[in-house]
Write a protein that binds this ligand. Sequence first.
Ligand code: FES
Length: 118
Amino acid sequence: MIGDWLDIGPTDQIAPGNARTLPVRGGEEIAVFHTMDNQFYALVNKCPHKQGPLSQGIVHGNVVTCPLHNWNISLKTGEALGDDEGCVPTIPLRVDAGRIYLLREAVVAKRAAVAKAA
Ligand code: FES
């Protein structure tokens, strides 16, 4: 099953509380987050409000606060929390032997969807 997952590098490339972006050729940029309690999550790097770069937000618990207008977005579900409404796609992610993997079809499907829309 390893072939279905894209190896995007070692876990220690992202410090706890930080995020890294991953450009997807022809698709949406992906933000990979490392939380303070050592969880990893991947979301499309666009806030559901006005497409703010979530990778530049502040991570607290399993939530990122958008840098533009402070919406709180769940890293687990991609949903806006509190009174705000909206959802950003999440990308299945797993960690194995110190490396981060993203589900290939989630990354590739986004690329195909964008290609169709173009
Ligand atoms: S763009 Fe993220 S809160 Fe407005």
